[in-house]
Design a protein around this ligand. Structure first.
Ligand SMILES: [Zn+2]
Length: 281
């Protein structure tokens, strides 16, 4: 008998767990790194060189908000170009086979849905929408891009950095003055915010309660590509463990939830998930 490659140890046990069906997926940034979207906190995390936008800065500092939108206008091209990877496709295949039920994602990139997954709860919102801080109107980010292009025909700053997980890029301070932001069309002037939960912001209570309900009715909880650093995701692992719902974690490197997991696979998602889908789906 030949030993399985180290990276795929644990996959048979995962496959056994998923064979019962009805697993709830909780996914994080590690699932999208293979699509070119960096992880703030993982091995290639950009947190050290890039400070993520905070709720406080965005809502209280007009200059900070202007900076975000100028960066986002440039970074939108790269986010828009991102495509689902083998991990996203494997999740969709596992779902189509009934092994996975709903998906809760901490990612704001829409790549689960682009891969064909359904019943996806975007815990931290989605970059494909904007919300007005004045009237609450939710609008299409692509439509905003059309308006921003019209308002900024000559805005072509030099960009050397890769796109950040918030969908923005680094820009020199002097470039910001040349950028023109537009406001909400619904109320005629309210400031727009991407419909994502920034650092320092709270996930809406009804969304959290809905997710707790999903954990309660799940056969198991499968964490994919999250270090579970943020309580907004980690609380579902705590909840599942308390209820005796089996928890499995697939992640490169240690996570905060390891001690609560019944099964841990420390390996790249791009290797584990396609193999898992092949066995189960
Ligand atoms: Zn408005």
């Amino acid at each position: 008998m030949t030993a399985a490659p180290v990276a795929l140890e644990g996959v048979p046990a995962l496959a056994d767990l998923l064979a019962d069906g009805g697993a709830l997926v909780l996914s994080g940034a590690g699932l999208s790194t293979d699509s070119g979207i960096p992880d703030y906190r993982g091995a290639t995390g950009s947190l050290r060189r890039h400070t993520p936008m905070t709720w406080q800065t965005f809502t209280r500092d007009p200059r900070g908000r202007h900076r975000y939108w100028a960066r986002s206008f440039v970074g939108w091209r790269q986010i828009g170009d991102a495509r689902p990877n083998a991990g996203h496709r494997a999740v969709a295949a596992l779902q189509a086979a009934g092994a996975v039920g709903e998906v809760i994602t901490q990612n704001v990139d829409g790549l689960h849905q682009a891969a064909g997954a359904r019943d996806v709860v975007e815990l931290h919102g989605g970059l494909d929408r904007t919300v007005c801080l004045g009237c609450g109107d939710v609008a299409d980010r692509a439509a905003l891009d059309v308006r921003l292009r019209a308002a900024n025909p000559g805005f072509r700053p030099e960009v050397t950095e890769e796109v950040n997980p918030d969908g923005d890029v680094e820009l020199p301070e002097e470039a910001l003055d040349g950028f023109v932001m537009v406001d909400c069309l619904a109320c005629g002037g309210g400031p727009l915010k991407p419909d994502v939960v920034f650092f320092g912001e709270t996930v809406p209570r009804d969304r959290v309660d809905h997710c707790f309900g999903l954990v309660d009715s799940a056969r198991s909880l499968l964490v994919l590509g999250s270090s579970l650093t943020v309580m907004s995701g980690y609380r579902f692992v705590i909840h599942a463990a308390k209820r005796g719902i089996p928890v499995a974690i697939v992640n490169s490197g240690p996570t905060r939830g390891d001690a609560k997991a019944d099964l841990k696979v420390d390996a790249p998602l791009g290797a584990v998930l396609p193999e898992l889908a092949r066995r189960v789906a």
